[in-house]
Design a protein around this ligand. Structure first.
Ligand SMILES: [Zn+2]
Length: 171
């Protein structure tokens, strides 16, 4: 990504960044330290790259297809969801579900993992639509997906399973 810096003589000017074609144009107030500038530019770059990635990954309707498939296979087609999408801002969680709003978010990090792990997370979050807590009934339902144990082991090895246990319902 090419970067063009425009330094404004106005010191009170706020920092702005936007893509112009393939170039990232960053407006900075004059008089910043170069080190600080570099940090800001790096952050802007990451932000824009994440945005781009998010757009890309959500173009594929993989999540909706899986949702429909699991819905009829495990939930007699009774589940309803307002949105199910990949997100890039979940550094700690691998997924989350907000049953009251019917929204499911899946971390884009799952895209680098085997499909059966991603599918387990989809199943896990879908089950929260009916069982908000990690109750016995919850795990019995999630366990109907045949790779649940394997996927949990996989995620535990990556240190990603425990985190979700305490986080996924707390929104
Ligand atoms: Zn959960």
């Amino acid at each position: 990504m090419e970067v063009k810096i425009i330094r404004s003589p106005d010191r009170k000017k706020t920092i702005q960044a936007k893509m112009v074609g393939e170039t990232l144009v960053v407006h900075l107030p004059l008089g910043m330290h170069r080190k600080e500038e570099r940090k800001i530019i790096q952050r802007m770059k990451e932000k824009i790259e994440k945005k781009k990635l998010k757009k890309q990954i959500n173009k594929d309707d993989y999540l909706i297809k899986r949702f429909d498939e699991f819905n009829s296979k495990y939930f007699q087609g009774k589940l309803k969801v307002n949105s199910i999408e990949f997100v890039t801002n979940q550094q700690r969680n691998r997924g989350s579900c907000t049953p009251a709003r019917g929204t499911i978010r899946i971390s884009h990090r799952l895209l680098d993992m085997p499909k059966w792990v991603l599918d387990y997370v989809i199943m896990h979050e879908m089950t929260h639509l009916v069982h908000p807590n990690h109750s016995k009934e919850f795990w019995a339902k999630v366990g109907e997906y045949k790779y649940t144990e394997r996927a949990r082991g996989f995620l535990m090895a990556k240190g990603m399973e425990e985190e979700i246990e305490s986080n996924c319902d707390d929104e």
